[in-house]
Structure formats: structure tokens, C-alpha cells
Design a binder for this molecule. Structure first.
Ligand code: PEP
Ligand code: MG
Length: 929
């Protein structure tokens, strides 16, 4: 075997994560910078791949020879020998891929123990209790990770002993108890696996390494890679790290802990973490014993605390990042066992990005590239309405911010079932583990009754940006009974609770939430983003209130005001219905008069709010099925009213006959009986009339029907009224001294004649209103590019249009013939699940089809009108991957919904930085070279 399949921590290239895995690479880097890392080596991902491809045992036996060579080096460094009954070396064996992935084998600690070396361990430091504790841990970890014994069996043994001895923690078990545990664990091996527990330490090592390699192809690992589209370029094979053990469970001067170089909840520049004295490995995160905050070490072990502070600075200088780290103190000596980029919530990511720039550790561009734009969604998550003063039913640790209400689900399967049908679900568990990941994905929030800020639930929820409360220990979950006891209250599956991941409270019932405000760090970061972004980010804002929000959230203007959306709501909608159902221009006069007044006032308010920022109003685009009542619904109402009227007449006839003693047929004709039935008759007639008109207007394919400019051409008074409202509002604002930047855009344009017609209305009205108001009225006319033919004729359109905005919602519908109304809830989910498509084209632009049309239209348009402003205003305008494409095309702007503004602003900046060839201020590492 000529290839060298492993490297020691002293020689490995820490930049090569593909080869060494994240953990292995990091241990090499930390060792080489002089941090106190126990000696060890990495078996590379290449070895894993070669092993998986090998067909006979010779590859692995050669590999074991190489492992034995490397072990000699650890033996030299530690002065111990592997398998030596007098002075045994124990090692940890850990898996690590190039990116962190669930489904891989678990870490095994204390490998190298057997009956003989156990005695050696005891004689090394004379502590029998410690040695048996280490042995039982090894048996558990090895049994579970390498021999397929279920974790539950080990726990049952331990729990039974603790109950018998009336103790709570493993630590309280006596040496004799631990001996018994080890014996019982050995029995478990006999009962639960066909393989015998290997007494030979080299065999232990071989079994562990094999288990790690094979876990690369485990069902869970392969499913995860498939689901999240993890390609071989991102991670290919798992590396295996073998490192000398240091013992945090050796004595009272030993311990283990986890830390973050800064607070991962707020980003504050203060070390954050937890530790446990007399503990090993996972004890801190397992939530079994309550760890102490890391600050306490400053008084408990001051020298260790100072070394940790140095470690914090060294790690941040080396990685120019916030790191989390694992450490162990063995009899007063500090060791760093692991470190990785700290997972933080969005608030902390934003703050640390700004701070790291101000501290001179990274550049502004690096700060902007450091944050996944989607992560900023956390900052636009709602908070509890501050006027709410209820009492929580439980309180835990705030683990990931945001407030959300939803139905309780006590197991991940139920959470997934409800989540899939769009319900808001809160997953409530005692604690969570990597196998629960699909429950997290399906839930809107997570609550656990155990654990602290670094437990599994907290870390995962934070990274996914989902509100989370952990360690809410008043909640006692009964998974099988599908309920939980919370003090005197029983919480049933399906009850609604609200969780507040900011202060850790859990409330019964649904509580109102409010929009968050931008903090100064986010404002600074987004200001930097705007400075480098090529694309301007506008908002889609339809009402004066939206305009206020858009302005306060940093929109550079309004790229799309959908004027028909101003008529949503029960008080305004009837006006639009009346307008759309009118059969003659005369019938439209009254509703249009009202529309003129309402819209002029709304437009004025929007323009006043936006001041000198540009505002584009889109003329009415009313797909009829969205605005008109449905024919079926109306027919049913008429039917019901007729039945009701019949009942009223019959009842009143009987009343007349019985109470007033008149014959029944006479009674039905009497005035008092007529009153209500006449009223109902009137309503029936109105409804019947509406039904008739709706019948006439109803369409088979309303999204392709009488909407947009087609309405403006066939009913010119509608567009003329709207243009008048816009121009009069603008003229009023200009008279008030506002430097109005106005655009009018026409929806659903197919070809030039449509646009020319609308231009004629505009030119005439502009002249008239200019003269009347005595102001210089400028207004650009644009075409919505959302019909395929418009893209094909973009050159012709550019002769009239002064700007283009791609309506990528309609354009996606038209290009793929995927109905906007039906695709997402009918077949798209199936296509996605089955891998027929890899993304929802209504969320992220389909580059090869819609993208191609846009590219072609942009080229055609610019040929005729160089420099014509071009933007995007469909849903894809805030999708970071689509934004990258729009930036590459050299578009001028994107316009997205108000809550998506921070995401689009950051994504636009990232696109510019990444698309800018060889930005000189970026380090090669950040450029991905
Ligand atoms: C579009 O089609 O992308 C668009 C912005 O218009 P609407 O969604 O209003 O049809
Ligand atoms: Mg559209």
C-alpha cells in the first residue's frame, strides 16, 4: 500500500478539510499553532473511500499496519503503550467529514480498555473508581457506536442500579456498583450482539475504525446527504481521528467543558460556556448533571480560566472567527480537544460581524460574506406583544430567539405529519438528539424539559433560526400518553402553546406577537451591504402603511405598488367588485369616482413617505377569481335565501292563523308577514343579479384571462382614472416641495400596441394635469415583463418602455405552464420529493428556462435602449441564489416584500462581492480559492 492514508496532528494540512474532515483538520491546525492538544493522528477520507471500495480484507489489514505505526508516535509522546497491562494508553476515536453531518458513527472514548489494561489504569493513579467509570463509559460508547447494542439497554442497566441504590447521578455510584455495571454491560454484549466483545485492543481499534467508515454509507447519513443536496465536492467520505485520552473524570482537580469565544446568543465579546468538575466527554451537553457557568472557573480554578482566556484569543486570531471549543482539565492541566466555527443565532452573527471588523480581524466584505442571508429571517421574527402580561406555565432557558405559537406535538413523527400539512407545530420533548432532525425541520419551535444552552436542541434550533426553550423542567413529558404534566395542568397533544425563545417562557394558548425592530449592528451591517451592492433593493409595498415599514427597513424605494391590493379588506373590496361587474361605462362612473378619491389620497401618502426615493405604481391587475365572488358560492347563497324565505312565509302564515285567527292563506298575505319575506326577496334579487354578471365575467383560466393591461384596453376609463389619481397625487406632492421620482408600470403586456395605447392616456393626462396644477410632472412608463411574448419582443417594447420589471411569478407560470394557484399545493411537493426538480421555481428562479428568457430580454432591451433600468419584482427577488444570477446579468434592482428586505440587501451585497472578479480586499480563503 504505497499511499499514505494517515497524518499526525503535527504534519496534517489543516486547510485540507476534504481530506482530514473538519475535526481532524482543526486538531492539526491547533496542534501546529502550539495549543495544548493531546497527541494524535487522522486517518483520511481517502482511506474511508478506498475501504468502502475494497473487495477483500487485504486493504484493511495494510491500513491497520499503518495505524500501528502512527500509534507508536502517540506512545512515544505520552510515555504509555497501547494494550500495556502496566501502563496502558487509551485513545478516543472520532468520525469527522468535511462538513458536519448527522448519521455518522458516534465518538468512542477510553478505547484500549480490557480486563488487563483496566488493572494497569488502576495502578497508574491508584483510583479504582475512576478506572471503572472510564471502563463502563467505554463499554457503552463502543457497544453503541461499533457493535450495534442499543443505547436504551445500557441506560436501563444504569437506571435500575441507581433506583436500587436510591441515587440520581452516575457519579454517586460506588466502585462496587461500577464493577457490577461493567459486568452487566458485558452480559449485554453476549445477549445483544453475535460478535464477542473484543478483549484485544487492536481488534477494538479495528472494529471502531471500520464502524466509522461504514457509517458514511448508513441510511441516515445517505438520506441526509440526498435531502440537503450535499455533493461530493462538499464532503466525500469520513475521516477518523485517533487521539490520546485525557481524563476529566480523574479527580476533583479535573473536569470537562464547552465554551464559545463570544456569547452565541447576543454576540457580546465575552467567553460563554459551561463546565463540570469530575466529568468526561458528553457529560456537559447530556443534561444529566447541571453544569456550572464558565465564569465560575475564574474563582474555582483561576489559572485554568486565564489559560482559557488565552485560548479564546488564540482561536479567534487563528480562525478570524468566533469558535466553540471543548476542553478537558486533567489534574490541573488544560487541554483543548476540539474547536469549530461557533454556531450562533442571527443577532450574534450580525453583532460579531460588525465587532470583528471594528477589531481589525476581518474586512467589511468578509463580514458581509460571513452571514447566510436567510439567517437574517430570525431578526424579522415576531416577539410577544409587550402589552401581554400573562403568567407562563413553564420557564426554561432561552435557547433561540423569536416567539411563536403552535400545536403541541410530543414526538417528531406527529410534528412531521402536522408540519407537512402546514400547521404550526411546537415540538415538546424531554430532550432531543440527532435522530430528531426531521422533527425540527417540520416544527416552528422547540421546547425541551432538560438541557441547557449548549444542549442538542438549543444548538440545532439556533442554527435553524427556530425559537427554542430548553430545560423547562416543570414540563414532564409522557410521550406514550401523548401529553405532558405541567404543574397542575395536563397539556394534551394538539393544545396550543406559545413559546418565547427570548426569555425562555412557555405560555398556554395563543399570544399575539409583534414585529421586531432593527438594532444598531444590523443597521451598520446593512449600510455596508448597500455600499457594495450593485443591485438596488426596493420594496414591494402596496399601502401607505407598507411604505412606512419599507422606509424604516431601508428600502431604496418602492419597486412595485400593486394598486389592486389597496382594495383588500371588507370595506373597500365591494368597490372593486362593483367596478369589475359593471356592464357599461355608465355603471362604472360611481365606483370609479370613489376609487379616484381613495387612491389619490393613498398615493399621496405613499409619495410623501418615500420623499425623493423612487416609487413605481402598477396599474390595476385583477385576476378575476381573486376579486369576484365565486359562482358556486353565490348560487348556494341564492338557494339558501330562497329556502329561508319559504320558511319565513310558512312560519308567519301559521302565526297569523294561530295567533290572529285568520285563515292561513290570508295570513301569508298580511302586511306583517310580508315585511321580512320582502326584505329577503330584495336580497335574493340583488344576489341573482350579481350571479348573472359574475356568470358573464367568469373565466376558465383567470390567470391567463381578462386581467392587467387587457382590462385597461377594454375598459379605458379604469386605467385613465388610476393614472389621473397617480398624477394628481404626484402633482400635489411636487407642489409641497417633494422631489417625486415617479414611475407607472403596466402589467401583463404582450406587445407594443398595448403599451402605446397606455402611453397615449398617460401623455394626455400629464399635459392636462401639468397645466391645471402648474407643476413639472415627470413620470416614467414601464412594462411588466411577465408574459413570454413580452420577453421575445423586448427590443420592440424598449422603443416605448422606459424601464422593465420582470414579474417572475407570472413569467415562471407562463414558461413552465405551472399554474401559480395550483402547482405548489398539488404536484410541486411531489416533484421535489421525488427529485424531478431540485427547487421550487416560484421561490428560486429556474435559471435554465425563465432565467434564459430574462437574459435574452435584457440583451434585446438594452440593444435598443442602452442603460434601460431593469429589475425583478416577483417572489424570487429576495432569494439569494436568484439574486446572484440577477447581479451577474447586471440588472439594476430587485424589489421584494418588506420583511425580506434585510435578506435581499445582504444577498445583493454578497452577490456583488462574489461576482466581482478577484476582489483585491478578500483573502483567498474567503474567496474560496
Ligand atoms: C409577478 O408576476 O411576478 C408580479 C410581481 O406580479 P403579481 O405577483 O402581482 O402577479
Ligand atoms: Mg404578475
Amino acid at each position: 500500500m504505497a499511499t499514505k492514508y494517515m497524518v499526525s496532528f503535527r504534519e496534517g494540512n489543516g486547510k485540507d478539510r476534504m481530506l482530514l474532515g473538519l475535526k481532524g483538520a482543526c486538531l492539526c491546525e491547533m496542534t501546529q499553532m502550539g495549543l495544548n492538544v493531546p497527541p494524535g493522528f487522522v486517518i483520511t477520507t481517502k482511506a474511508c473511500l478506498a475501504y468502502l471500495e475494497s473487495t477483500d480484507g487485504s486493504f484493511f489489514s495494510d491500513l491497520m499496519d499503518e495505524i500501528k505505526q502512527q500509534m507508536k508516535f502517540i506512545e512515544q509522546m505520552t510515555g504509555k503503550a497501547f494494550g500495556d497491562p502496566q501502563n496502558p494508553l487509551l485513545v478516543s476515536v472520532r468520525p469527522g467529514a468535511a462538513i458536519s453531518l448527522p448519521g455518522l458513527s458516534d465518538t468512542i472514548l477510553n478505547l484500549g480498555l480490557n480486563e488487563a489494561t483496566l488493572r494497569g489504569l488502576i495502578s497508574q493513579n491508584g483510583n479504582e473508581q475512576f478506572a471503572y467509570d472510564a471502563y463502563q463509559r467505554f463499554l457503552q460508547l463502543f457497544g453503541k457506536a461499533a457493535m450495534g447494542v442499543s443505547e436504551g439497554h445500557f441506560e436501563q442497566v444504569l437506571d435500575a442500579l441507581k433506583v436500587r441504590n436510591e441515587v440520581t447521578f452516575d457519579l454517586e455510584l460506588t466502585t462496587e456498583d461500577l464493577k457490577e455495571v461493567c459486568l452487566l454491560f458485558h452480559q449485554l454484549f453476549e445477549e445483544e450482539t453475535p460478535m464477542k466483545f473484543p478483549e484485544d485492543v487492536w481488534e477494538q481499534l479495528a472494529v471502531a475504525v471500520r464502524a466509522i467508515f461504514e457509517s458514511w454509507m448508513s441510511q441516515r447519513a445517505t438520506d441526509y446527504r440526498r435531502k440537503f443536496n450535499i455533493t461530493k465536492d462538499q464532503a466525500n467520505g469520513v475521516a477518523c481521528t485517533i487521539m490520546a485520552m485525557v481524563f476529566g473524570n480523574m479527580d476533583d482537580n479535573s473536569g470537562t467543558g464547552v465554551g464559545f469565544t463570544r456569547d452565541p446568543g447576543t454576540g457580546e465579546n465575552q467567553m460563554f460556556g459551561e463546565y463540570l468538575i469530575h466529568a468526561q466527554g458528553e457529560d456537559v451537553v447530556a443534561g444529566v448533571r447541571t453544569p456550572a457557568p464558565i465564569e465560575l472557573l475564574a474563582t474555582e480554578m483561576p489559572s485554568i480560566y486565564h489559560q482559557l482566556e488565552d485560548l479564546k484569543d488564540n482561536l479567534e486570531r487563528l480562525y478570524r472567527e468566533i469558535r466553540d471549543f471543548e476542553f478537558t482539565v486533567e489534574s490541573g492541566s488544560l487541554y483543548c480537544l476540539q474547536s469549530q466555527n461557533g454556531r450562533m443565532n442571527a443577532e450574534a452573527m450580525v453583532r460579531t460581524s460588525v465587532d470583528l471588523v471594528e477589531e481589525g480581524l476581518i474586512t467589511k466584505e468578509e463580514a458581509l460574506l460571513r452571514i447566510d442571508p436567510k439567517h437574517l429571517e430570525q431578526l424579522v421574527y415576531p416577539r410577544l406583544d409587550p402589552s401581554f402580561f400573562g403568567h407562563p406555565i413553564a420557564q426554561g432557558f432561552p435557547a433561540s430567539p423569536g416567539a411563536v405559537a403552535g400545536y403541541c406535538a410530543f414526538d417528531v413523527e406527529r410534528a412531521e405529519t402536522w408540519g407537512k400539512v402546514g400547521e404550526s407545530v411546537i415540538l415538546v420533548q424531554e430532550e432531543t438528539g440527532p435522530e430528531d432532525i426531521h422533527g425540527f425541520l417540520a416544527s416552528k419551535g422547540v421546547v425541551t424539559s432538560k438541557g441547557q444552552k449548549t444542549c442538542h436542541a438549543a444548538v440545532v434550533a439556533r442554527s435553524m433560526g427556530k425559537p427554542c426553550v430548553v430545560g423547562a423542567d416543570e414540563i414532564s413529558v409522557d410521550t406514550n400518553g401523548r401529553q405532558a404534566q405541567v404543574g397542575p395542568r395536563v397539556l394534551h397533544e394538539g393544545d396550543i402553546i406559545t413559546i418565547d425563545g427570548i426569555d425562555g417562557n412557555v405560555y398556554y394558548g395563543q399570544i399575539d406577537t409583534i414585529e421586531p425592530e432593527f438594532n444598531p449592528y444590523l443597521i451598520t451591517l446593512l449600510k455596508w451591504a448597500d455600499e457594495v451592492a450593485q443591485l438596488t433593493v426596493y420594496a414591494n409595498a402596496d399601502t401607505p402603511w407598507d411604505a412606512v415599514r419599507a422606509r424604516s427597513q431601508g428600502a431604496a424605494g418602492i419597486g412595485l405598488c400593486r394598486t389592486e391590493r389597496m382594495f383588500e379588506g371588507p370595506d373597500r373590496l365591494p368597490l372593486v367588485i362593483e367596478l369589475l361587474l359593471a356592464r357599461t361605462p355608465a355603471e362604472r362612473i360611481e365606483p370609479l369616482d370613489q376609487i379616484l378619491n381613495i387612491q389619490r389620497s393613498d398615493f399621496r401618502n405613499i409619495l410623501r413617505t418615500m420623499g425623493s426615493l423612487s416609487v413605481t405604481f402598477r396599474l390595476l391587475d385583477t385576476p378575476l377569481h381573486e376579486f369576484l365572488p365565486s359562482v358556486t358560492e353565490l348560487s348556494k347563497q341564492v338557494e339558501d335565501l330562497k329556502n329561508l324565505r319559504g320558511t319565513v312565509i310558512a312560519t308567519q302564515s301559521i302565526l297569523g292563523n294561530v295567533v290572529y285567527n285568520v285563515p292561513e292563506e290570508e295570513a301569508s298575505k298580511m302586511a306583517f308577514a310580508q315585511l321580512d319575506s320582502e326584505l329577503i326577496l330584495g336580497i335574493i334579487q340583488q344576489k341573482e343579479m350579481m350571479l348573472k354578471k359574475t356568470h358573464v365575467r367568469a373565466e376558465a383560466n383567470p390567470m391567463l384571462g381578462h386581467r392587467g393591461v387587457r382590462l385597461g384596453i377594454t375598459m379605458p376609463d379604469i386605467y385613465v382614472t388610476q393614472i389621473r389619481a397617480i398624477l394628481e397625487a404626484a402633482a400635489d406632492c411636487i407642489s409641497e416641495g417633494i422631489d417625486v421620482q415617479l414611475g407607472i408600470i403596466v402589467p401583463m403586456i404582450c406587445a407594443v400596441p398595448e403599451l402605446t395605447r397606455i402611453k397615449a392616456y398617460l401623455d394626455e393626462l400629464r399635459k392636462e394635469i401639468q397645466a391645471e396644477k402648474g407643476v413639472d410632472l415627470k413620470c416614467k412608463l414601464g412594462a411588466m415583463m411577465e408574459v413570454v411574448s413580452a420577453c421575445l419582443k423586448a427590443d420592440e417594447l424598449a422603443t416605448v418602455a422606459e424601464f422593465f420589471a420582470f414579474g417572475t411569478n407570472d413569467l415562471t407560470q407562463a414558461t413552465l405552464s405551472f399554474s401559480r394557484d395550483d402547482a405548489e399545493n398539488k404536484f410541486l411537493a411531489y416533484y421535489l420529493m421525488d427529485g424531478l426538480i431540485d427547487k421550487n421555481p416560484f421561490e428560486s428562479l429556474d435559471f435554465e428556462t425563465v432565467g434564459l428568457l430574462i437574459k435574452m430580454a435584457v440583451e434585446k432591451g438594452r440593444k435598443i435602449r442602452p442603460g434601460i433600468p431593469i429589475g425583478i419584482c416577483g417572489e424570487q427577488a429576495s432569494d439569494p441564489t436568484s439574486i446572484k444570477f440577477f447581479d451577474q446579468l447586471g440588472l439594476d434592482y430587485v424589489s421584494c416584500s418588506v420583511p425580506q428586505l434585510p435578506i435581499a440587501r445582504l444577498a445583493a451585497a454578497q452577490a456583488s462581492i462574489l461576482n466581482m472578479a478577484n476582489s483585491p480586499t478578500l483573502s483567498p480563503e474567503r474567496r474560496g480559492d
